[in-house]
Design a protein around this ligand. Structure first.
Ligand SMILES: [Fe+2]
Ligand SMILES: [Fe+2]
Length: 240
């Protein structure tokens, strides 16, 4: 791809998983705010677009072969990857992080009221994610999988109760924005996951886990918003 400051962040993230990781590390929003140009996104994140471009170009030159190319793989493989990697991670991380929050709040809550605020946001985020993933797994993903099979075989499909795939996709994207905003609030309340000087080992682990949870959310939403959803819309419109 022709990489410049004007390139949309989501196109860069889609070009390879390694590029998405570089954007993640730099703190550039590539999932919900992916429509922005690299320059604008860098200005928003307070990072140098020139430096980031140099890193992205260097990484493109040494693309890792194990990076699956989700822009071309069958959609059924992509939905399975999202279930196995991201949905499974969210389900096991929520109880683990909630327990840590409980423990750290009991020990440090009096001196650090931000822990209670983070706990409130995280519990809400967890609840919303669980019901969000259920909708994807029970309604949207199976529809996309059936659509792909039917397009391959050329068989007609009945119109779904939601009329067009664009409707549940819009709903899922709105929920992604809400989840992204809660994660941003947690990032802010935790001073960008920097534990205070008096933090014990559990406190430090908690911030590490919360940081990882946010990074996974970004990668997860990126795969859906920028790859799975637009490809499902194309497929419904008749692309093979
Ligand atoms: Fe998902
Ligand atoms: Fe989602």
């Amino acid at each position: 791809m022709n990489l410049s400051g004007k390139t949309a962040v989501k196109d860069i993230a889609v070009s390879s998983p390694a590029s998405a990781r570089i954007l993640e590390k730099a703190g550039v929003d590539y999932c919900c705010g992916g429509g922005q140009s690299l320059e604008d996104a860098c200005a928003g994140a307070g990072v140098s677009a020139e430096e980031l471009l140099a890193r992205l170009r260097a990484s493109a030159a040494e693309a890792r072969p194990e990076d699956a190319d989700w822009a071309k793989a069958p959609l059924g493989e992509l939905t399975e990857h999202i279930r196995q990697k991201h949905h499974a991670y969210v389900r096991e991380a929520i109880p683990r992080i909630s327990a840590l929050l409980e423990k750290v709040k009991a020990k440090h809550g009096a001196n650090h009221p931000e822990i209670a605020a983070i706990e409130g946001d995280f519990l809400q985020l967890g609840q919303e994610m669980i019901s969000h993933m259920q909708k994807e797994e029970m309604i949207l993903f199976p529809y996309i999988e059936r659509l792909e099979v039917s397009r391959r075989g050329g068989a007609a499909m009945e119109r779904p109760f939601f009329q067009t795939v664009r409707n549940p996709i819009q709903m899922m994207m709105n929920e992604h924005d809400a989840a992204g905003n809660l994660a941003k609030q947690i990032r802010k309340a935790s001073s960008e996951y920097a534990p205070p000087a008096d933090a014990c080992a559990s406190y430090q682990r908690l911030y590490g886990e919360l940081h990882e949870f946010e990074a996974d959310l970004h990668q997860h939403v990126h795969l859906e918003n920028n790859l799975l959803f637009p490809r499902a819309v194309d497929l419904e419109n008749g692309a093979r």
